[in-house]
Design a protein around this ligand. Sequence first.
Ligand code: KG4
Ligand code: ZN
Length: 346
Amino acid sequence: MTLVLGIESSCDETAAALVDGERHIVAQRIASQDEEHAPFGGVVPEIAARAHAERLAPMIEAVLADAGVSLGDLDAIAATAGPGLIGGVMVGLVSAKALAMAGDVPLIAVNHLEGHALSPRLADGGLGFPYALLLVSGGHCQILRVDGVGQYRRLATTIDDALGEAFDKTAKILGLGFPGGPAVERIAKEGEAGAVPLPRPMIGSGEPHFSFAGLKSAVLRAHESGKYETADIAASFQQAAIDCVVDRLRIALERMGDCETLVVAGGVAANASVRAALEDVAARHDMRFTAPPPKLCTDNAAMIAWAGIERLGLENFAPDPLDISAQPRWPLDPEAEPVRGAGVKA
Ligand code: KG4
Ligand code: ZN
C-alpha cells in the first residue's frame, strides 16, 4: 500500500506524519511553538526557523520509528515548499530533499494551501470533485472551486487581513494571548453577540471578496471606549466575522456553478460557530457540508502527506526535482486576477 511521509514547517507548527493510501494516519507528531512566540504576541520568523531546525530531524526519526518503517518503505516524501515563512519552509524542504536523496525516494514539493484544500478528502473518503471550498487560515481567506488535484479556481480572496489574522488581532486587542483564534472562541461563549455594534465590511458588495481590517479597527475602538465587556466584544466580533463569511459565500456560490458539497478548511475551520454557520449555508443551498476534524484544520503534516498521495495518484505524476526552490508566495490559482486593495499575500 502507498505510504507517504509528510513534513510541515511553514509557520509555527513543526510536524511530521505518515499517511497511507487508505486514508490512515499511520503515525504523526506535532510540536507547537506557542510558548516561544507568545511573549511577542505573534510568530517571529527567526525564532520559528530555529525551532523547526532543532526539532524536525528527531521528529521525523520518531515518526518512522512509531510506525516501524524505514526510508525504503516510503513511496514518496512530501514537504511544504511554500507559501509561508521562508526560513521555516527551507528547513522542511531541505530535510525532505536530503532524505529523498539518501533513500532514493521521490520528492513531492507541496503547496501548503493545497494541503489545506485537499485535507477534507483525507477525512471524508466520500468527498469527490468538484467542491466549493472556504479556506480560512492565519494567512489566507479564499473561496475556491476545487475541480481536481491541482485544479483550483479562486473566486474570492481578502483585500487586507485574513480571517485567522482578524481573530488573532482581536485576541491581542482584548489581551487574550496568543494564539488568538481558540481564545476568542472560548470567551465568546460567555458573551452576547448583539451587545457591541460592529461593521460587516464588504456585505452587499457584488464581488465576493473579504475585508477584515475595518472590523479589527472597530474592535479596537469598542475596547478603548471602556463601555463593553471583553466577552461581549469577542462574541460580537465572532458574529460579525461569520456574517461576512456567510454573505461572501452567497455571492461566490452563485457564480461557482454546480457543486454538491460545501467544504471548509484551514485553522479557522476549527471554530465550532463558524462550522455551524456554514452548515446552515450548505443546507440553504441544498449542498452537503463537510469539514475535517479540528486537528486536521490547523497546520499539520498529515494533510501534506495526503496531498502527496493525491499527487502520486495523478496519471501524469512526476516527482519534483531535488533542486526545487522554496516559494514564499505560491497562489493556488495563478490565473486569478489581482484584487484592488490587496496587499502582498498570495
Ligand atoms: O491553518 P493554520 O493553522 O495556519 C496557517 O496556515 O495560517 O491557521 C491558523 C489560524 C490562526 O489565525 C488561528 O488563530 C486560527 O487559525 N484559529 C482559529 C481557531 N483555531 C485556530 N480561529 C478561530 N477559532 C478557532 N477555534
Ligand atoms: Zn495553514
